[in-house]
Design a protein around this ligand. Structure first.
Ligand SMILES: Nc1ncnc2c1ncn2[C@@H]1O[C@H](COP(=O)(O)OP(=O)(O)OP(=O)(O)O)[C@@H](O)[C@H]1O
Length: 365
């Protein structure tokens, strides 16, 4: 069970912050900033109270294998992938929406905050961080330690679906019977909310990244060509999930290395190939959606049917995915505006109530 905060917009839960009047809080408030943070497997998105949305950075770091020294972070580190000598390791500190490299996550977050804000001597921001519903205590601690590394003087953890409804601008009374399907780079999170909070939720590891792996394997097996993850991602984005809807053949070109000749080659991949690769993943996601609907209290089902399924997360933008969900599940589905940023925007909106929430950093002591 998650220990993170359930935020109710119209009547925020009041549990007074004991460190609110502390000396550190007072000193830290000078020239400081409140920041909403969404650390994802693929991207980190920040929302700064005084600046708004910060352009997302890839959740990637570059490190020297021997010395352990960090060399780059974010999109710059991602661009180095496959182009560096063997002593430089490019890695993702998050896997399947969980922290797997604690120091790497702290370095990444610290670097992005520093870049976005000229860190002063007394820079001690207050953070609201999104967490998947049901996060375990080890992951919770890891996130709080990353917050400490940034010098945070207060940190509030907010369940992602609650951040999402705020990010979509829904008032508390409008969230009754809302179903959110968040298909990200590392996981799919499905939640149903009532006015009181999250009623049913489900977490699974089907994701944009597992789709990329499936595309990569299909191209290797079918065409005997080895392509990179970026190429697989581009094919997924270009051809999407619409084959199952209209059976219109579409093609996209990609380049890779022939396994037979060892030479670089260019090939055309079809939408049918991509459907063959990603359909087993999509249909698992549909099964999870059905399971969640079956566990949803009947009183909320009518509102879900009326409101439709809200899709967020980068991979919800897969071409045809909304129509496919509508057709298979029988409930209209639509993709939210800026689906990759909704959680961070929601955490940013929650900053207005930050004084009212308990400081999770207290649990570290
Ligand atoms: N137009 C698009 N069509 C299909 N997939 C897309 C598109 N744009 C981005 N994606 C995919 O979205 C995924 C990243 O989504 P997002 O940034 O929401 O993930 P994340 O928040 O980092 O991950 P998570 O929340 O699962 O830990 C990647 O797999 C990427 O390929």
């Amino acid at each position: 069970m998650s220990e993170s905060t359930g935020i109710n917009q119209s009547s925020p839960k009041i549990s007074r912050l004991s460190s609110q009047n502390s000396l550190l809080d007072w000193i830290g408030s000078f020239g400081s900033e409140d920041i909403g943070v969404d650390i994802g497997t693929s991207n980190i998105v920040l929302f700064m109270k005084h600046k708004g949305l910060v352009f997302p950075e890839a959740s990637v770091i570059a490190r020297n294998r021997m010395s352990g020294e960090y060399l780059a972070y974010g999109t710059r580190a991602e661009e180095m992938e496959g182009k560096t000598p063997s002593e430089i390791v490019i890695s993702r500190p998050m896997k399947e929406s969980a922290i797997v490299d604690y120091n790497g996550t702290a370095f990444l977050l610290n670097s992005i905050v520093n870049k976005s804000y000229l860190k002063g001597m007394f820079f001690h921001p207050r953070l609201i961080m999104c967490v998947p519903k049901g996060i375990n205590s080890v992951q919770r601690r890891a996130l709080l330690e990353a917050a400490v590394a940034v010098g945070a003087r207060k940190t509030v953890l907010i369940d992602q679906p609650l951040a999402a409804v705020m990010g979509m601008g829904l008032e508390n009374h409008q969230q009754e019977g809302t179903m959110i399907v968040d298909i990200g780079g590392g996981s799919t999170k499905i939640s149903v909310l009532s006015k009181k909070g999250i009623v049913v939720s489900h977490f699974s590891t089907e994701s944009g990244s597992t789709m990329d792996t499936a595309v990569l394997n299909t191209v290797r097996d079918r065409y005997h060509i080895r392509i990179g993850r970026k190429e697989a991602e581009s094919l997924k984005i270009a051809l999407g999930a619409s084959w199952d809807l209209d059976r219109q053949p579409r093609i996209a070109e990609t380049s890779g290395l022939s396994i037979v000749s060892g030479l670089p080659v260019k090939i055309a991949v079809t939408s049918e190939d991509i459907a063959g690769a990603i359909n087993p993943i999509l249909y698992k996601i549909f099964t999870h959606i059905r399971d969640v609907l079956q566990r949803t209290p009947p009183a909320l089902l009518a509102s879900i049917r009326e409101n439709g399924i809200m899709m967020i997360g980068g991979a919800s933008q897969l071409k045809g995915m909304d129509d496919l969900i509508s057709k298979v599940i029988g409930v209209p589905a639509r993709v939210a505006d800026r689906p990759s940023y909704v959680n961070a925007v929601g955490a940013g909106s929650a900053l207005n109530y930050i004084n009212d929430f308990r400081d999770s950093l207290q649990d570290l002591h």
